[in-house]
Design a protein around this ligand. Structure first.
Ligand SMILES: C[S@@+](CC[C@H](N)C(=O)[O-])C[C@H]1O[C@@H](n2cnc3c(N)ncnc32)[C@H](O)[C@@H]1O
Length: 228
């Protein structure tokens, strides 16, 4: 069954003195996720926001492979923001910006730095394992921002477990869904059709639903009016 961690650093895994946290899921997930992202990102230039970055490990891995992409990690949890910054300092890569404090429950979230600098439009938004461990309004906020900031050829990549037409794609996901809802009635594995409705409301459309290991998927959304 899928696992979830609400706050890294409290799960018994090592915490480095500089605040770098380690997510067990990162080690399982980053290679298959990168295999999907690289099909779109390699060879492109632009800005990518990661929403709900957690430890910050994904951004470091992806940034190594995409020198022309500027990565903007984000989260709202203090310990995670510290870890993201520590991983950024440790990586010493020029294309990772300091973490943004983005709370996806705010539909007006914006990829701007404290000084007002920041990208006006985004090549992509990437979000892994967030919207099922959060109230539905987090999904609403994520799509609202993606709809506002994605450029004409931009993409929203959403990784996690999903239901299809109201049904779980695996028994383990059904068990996981029950455990999430027991933890918080507002959490739960989301249905692709509901996400497509959110997308349609902000001018996006699902263009790919790729199967991933352990009954996860990556959903790829693009502008519905773009031919790119
Ligand atoms: C299970 S972790 C996933 C972290 C990372 N994306 C990964 O795959 O390893 C979920 C993350 O979502 C963040 N999160 C939860 N609610 C959020 C919100 N309203 N806005 C932004 N991030 C949120 C949490 O702080 C946490 O870092």
């Amino acid at each position: 069954m899928a696992e979830y961690v609400v706050e890294f650093g409290k799960d018994g895994r090592p915490v480095e003195p500089d605040g770098r946290l380690d997510a067990a899921a990162f080690h399982r997930n980053h290679a298959p996720i990168w295999a999907m992202l690289q099909k779109f990102l390699v060879g492109k230039a632009g800005d990518v926001v990661e929403a709900g970055s957690g430890t910050g490990q994904h951004v470091v891995h992806f940034a190594k492979h995409t020198p022309d992409v500027t990565w903007w990690p984000s989260d709202l949890n203090e310990r995670h923001l510290k870890s993201i910054e520590a991983w950024r300092a440790h990586a010493v890569l020029p294309n990772i910006r300091p973490p943004l404090r983005i709370d996806l429950t705010d539909p007006a979230w914006c990829p701007a730095m404290h000084d007002g600098g920041g990208p006006a439009e985004l090549l992509a938004v990437f979000c892994a394992n967030v919207i099922h461990i959060a109230p539905w309004r987090v999904a609403e906020g994520l799509f609202a921002g993606a709809g506002r900031y994605l450029r004409a050829d931009g993409r929203l990549f959403l990784y996690g477990p999903f239901k299809r037409e109201g049904k779980h794609t695996a028994m383990s996901n059904a068990v996981f869904d029950t455990s999430l809802r027991e933890q918080d009635v507002e959490w739960g594995v989301r249905d692709i059709a509901d996400l497509e409705k959110l997308a349609a409301g902000v001018g996006l459309a699902l263009i790919e639903a790729a199967e991933m290991p352990a009954n996860n998927m990556i959903l790829v959304f693009a502008r519905s009016d773009a031919s790119a």
